[in-house]
Design a protein around this ligand. Structure first.
Ligand code: 9MR
Length: 358
């Protein structure tokens, strides 16, 4: 895996600076463990990223492992590091069907009042604790149900636009509005973001998921529910078709509702098995990333984060359901396993600069 890439026609500045020079923000997901134990990772992030998001440390299971016992230690460690480098950190994620500690689902199932109490207690503690330092939170993560034909379809019986979740079961479809209102009530100027995935591709399930998301956003607006931004995760897959025109129109549809759009978790899954040598693979990934980021910016997105920064520590090879066969890893982030810049880095730089893929 030793092939390195010379940035060539892109400036040799950190992505954060390149982005900032054009009024954009580039950031990436980090973990407290990597920051503490992998100096190469920390140095790379310190140089390249202008914004951070914790990969685990602000999830429910980390923050409140037992009812009423909060542990902000890992998040505080990240916040200290971020502050040392003067990088803002966004929060991810308050309400999600995943990363819930075992105690949560049964308590939510007891009664509506209990469920609302759990939500409020979590928000009370977490939002008060992070108020000075986190100004943008994914309040609701992945609320939209995966339409038929998706990789991970919904369990049968779920017919609505919203994904099956202990929160949905306990509070009904209004749980999204309840969470957003509860967050706004506790912090008037916090940026409230709703984050989801699977809305990028040019495919029938992605098209249906875009429709579902827009329906939710319109119903929130019609009911005057506080919401400031939509996070589009951007876990791209090379096997899917991508249409810049369709995607930028979707971003514009969200913007037309008065909402900001962020790309929150960009990375790329290659085809399985990947085709060609590293140069060919990296070129295919770079072209897709350039098309995606440029379409997002054309639609009005101003912030883009990658989910990690180097293939070496990416969830794409840790998670069995998405990993390539042993001995190979997805080359879906700006830096490779040996921390060499890849063509994807240059594709992002050129998209920030408003240049063609080159
Ligand atoms: O990358 C994260 C992985 O290591 C965790 O095990 C998992 C559960 O907490 O979450 C992953 O991050 C997900 C993110 O929080 C939401 N969007 C999808 C991401 C990749 O699965």
């Amino acid at each position: 895996m030793g092939q390195s890439f010379t940035p060539g026609s892109a400036p040799d500045q950190p992505l954060a600076q390149i982005a900032q020079g054009r009024g954009y923000t580039y950031g990436c997901a980090v973990t407290a463990r990597l920051i503490a134990e992998e100096p190469d990772f920390a140095a790379l992030v310190a140089r390249e990223a202008g914004l951070l998001v914790p990969e685990y440390e602000a999830k429910f299971d980390t923050l409140q492992p037992e009812q009423g016992r909060f542990d902000t230690g890992p998040l505080d460690a990240l916040l200290r590091w971020a502050e040392h480098f003067r990088k803002p950190l966004r929060g991810h994620a308050l309400i999600w069907h995943n990363a819930l500690p075992d105690w949560v689902p049964p308590v939510l199932a007891e009664s509506r009042a209990r469920a609302q109490g759990v939500m409020e207690a979590h928000f009370d503690h977490v939002l008060a604790h992070t108020r000075e330092r986190i100004r943008d939170w994914d309040v609701v993560n992945e609320p939209i149900a995966n339409p038929p034909g998706s990789d991970v379809p919904e369990p049968p019986g779920n017919s609505g636009d919203l994904r099956d979740s202990p929160w949905l079961r306990a509070l009904g479809p209004d749980y999204v509005a309840i969470a957003l209102r509860a967050a706004r009530q506790r912090d008037r100027t916090l940026r409230l973001t709703l984050n989801d995935y699977g809305v990028e591709a040019d495919s029938p399930p992605a098209e249906e998921k875009r429709r579902r998301l827009l329906r939710l956003l319109r119903s929130l607006r019609d009911r005057n529910v506080a919401l400031d931004a939509v996070g589009i995760q951007g876990h791209l897959q090379m096997r899917e078709a991508f249409s810049p025109a369709i995607f930028s129109a979707f971003v514009k549809d969200i913007r037309a509702l008065g909402l900001q759009v962020l790309i929150t978790e960009l990375d790329v899954r290659e085809v399985k098995p990947p085709v060609g040598d590293f140069v060919a693979r990296d070129s295919a990934v770079a072209q897709r990333v350039h098309a995606f980021a440029s379409a997002a910016f054309e639609g009005g997105a101003r912030t883009l984060l990658t989910w990690g920064i180097s293939d070496r520590w990416s969830w794409l090879h840790r998670e069995q359901t998405v990993a390539l066969d042993p001995g190979d890893v997805h080359r879906g982030l700006p830096y490779d396993w040996e921390l060499n810049r890849k063509q994807m880095w240059r594709a992002l730089a050129r998209a920030f600069l408003g240049q063609g893929v080159g």
